[in-house]
Design a protein around this ligand. Sequence first.
Ligand code: COA
Length: 174
Amino acid sequence: MQLDKVKNLPKKVVDSLENIDGLTVFLVQDYNNQFLRRLVDFGEDIFGELGMDEWGLVPQIRHGNVYVLKEEGKRNISGLAILMRDWEDSEKVYLFDFAIADELQGNRLGYHFLKIIIGNIKEQGFKRMSLTVDTENEPAIGLYEKIGFKITETSMDEYGKSHDRYIMVMEFQE
Ligand SMILES: CC(C)(COP(=O)(O)OP(=O)(O)OC[C@H]1O[C@@H](n2cnc3c(N)ncnc32)[C@H](O)[C@@H]1OP(=O)(O)O)[C@@H](O)C(=O)NCCC(=O)NCCS
């Protein structure tokens, strides 16, 4: 039945959050229209028109790595992360989108979600992760520094005028 299929997506469990009942990290390997819509809506709620639409998300699910944080069997998405392999450095993964649902922010979910993702990415053989972040996005910069990312460069007007970004990199320990 279609509804059951939706309920059971996504299927691949990566890990569960410590001490937070029911919240699980999934690696999204398949989708249907309803689940895809929920992912797009989640991104739009947080990033507005800069959120990834279906045309961006589907190739990411098929060819990149998309992780969601949610309760197993529930519809609500609590967190989303989109990663891609770097073309120049095949041991580097680029964190393209990372977000926790508005109403859940500030509860350490971002920290635990990203830690689990990094563990999984390391298991896949990657050696480093990079990202860019708005130079005024204090919560995100604070989170990334706490996890172990370092600012390596500032890129002015990265996405057009006034979109200044820090480039941050984390080298994984052996
Ligand atoms: C950035 C984001 C993912 C953080 O997730 P979160 O679950 O709220 O963060 P956590 O509660 O796990 O916080 C982890 C650390 O981040 C930092 N941090 C979190 N919120 C902060 C704030 N408002 N101000 C400063 N630092 C903050 C702190 O170092 C914190 O550690 P602490 O709790 O020991 O002080 C979340 O705010 C978010 O989704 N923001 C909107 C989307 C976004 O900007 N994404 C980043 C795009 S590059």
